[in-house]
Design a protein. Structure first.
Length: 262
């Protein structure tokens, strides 16, 4: 991989659940400003790796280094404050809230005033609430959802719900964004639009992006570098061209036909 500053490094991460080793010796280095991918068959350990990076799981062994700081085992809210945000394989929006409220809630991560200003209705609370609303509307603009701001989040089409989840992640002002199967459930045209969208938010928000994805057209089309997991073990890494021609990857996951059409 090109010699750029690494925004995130995982060092020999291991995750065991009882006698089962879900991920073993997982080490990657993600260059700042890149779009990279993590692929593998179902059950390969991809989401487990995401969970270790974002604090949902504490690794059995190993380290997570973000911007030079050891964040291993920090709880998710502290990882988020450090500058890492994520989406989920199964969309997790606030179903009883509007599209706008979903984004505004996420903005609280960067709230400056203490919580007790709200029930006292102090002037600073109203000023900050206005700033949060304006910031949230701008983010909805960025993902083409401003016209749906007052609708309930579950009423959106599936692809729009994916974009809303990304807007909510962006509201936490991350430097590093993890996308867990962002193309899941999308048709081919939506997947093409997703690739353009991922590139645009990387540039607009100065992000580094790591994505898990089964849609090989998306992976090969948007990622600059890819790691491949199988049974919790990294079996290959390289550029999209390297992965296309790697016999271990073909055997374990993709298959000749999948690669030919990616």
């Amino acid at each position: 991989m090109t010699e750029r500053v690494s925004v995130l490094e995982t060092k020999n991460l291991v995750m065991r659940f009882g006698g089962l080793t879900a991920v073993n010796d997982f080490s990657i280095s993600v260059p700042e400003g890149s779009i990279v991918g993590l692929i593998g068959p179902n059950g390969a350990g991809k989401t487990t790796a995401f969970n270790m990076i974002t604090g949902f799981y504490r690794p059995t062994e190993g380290q997570v280094i973000f911007q030079g700081q050891d964040i291993t085992g920090l709880p998710p809210h502290e990882v988020c404050r450090a500058g890492i945000a994520r989406t989920f394989q199964n969309i997790r929006l606030f179903g009883n809230e509007s599209v706008l409220q979903n984004v505004m809630i996420a903005c609280q991560v960067r709230q400056k005033l203490p919580w007790w200003h709200a029930p006292l209705f102090l002037p600073g609370y109203f000023r900050e609430e206005k700033e949060i609303r304006e910031k949230s509307l701008a983010l909805l603009d960025a993902v083409n959802l401003r016209s749906h701001a007052d609708e309930r989040a579950p009423s959106l089409p599936y692809g729009a719900q994916r974009r809303l989840e990304i807007a909510r992640a962006l509201a936490t002002e991350p430097k590093f964004l993890l996308l867990d199967e962002p193309a899941a459930g999308m048709n081919p045209q939506e997947s093409i639009e997703l690739m353009d969208f991922i590139r645009s938010i990387r540039q607009r928000f100065n992000l580094t992006i790591l994505l898990i994805e089964h849609d090989m057209k998306v992976v090969m089309g948007v990622c600059q570098y890819i790691w491949v997991l199988d049974y919790g073990v990294r079996i290959a890494e390289g550029t999209p061209e390297d992965i296309r021609s790697n016999p271990k990857v073909i055997e374990a996951y993709l298959g000749e036909e999948a690669l030919e059409h990616a």
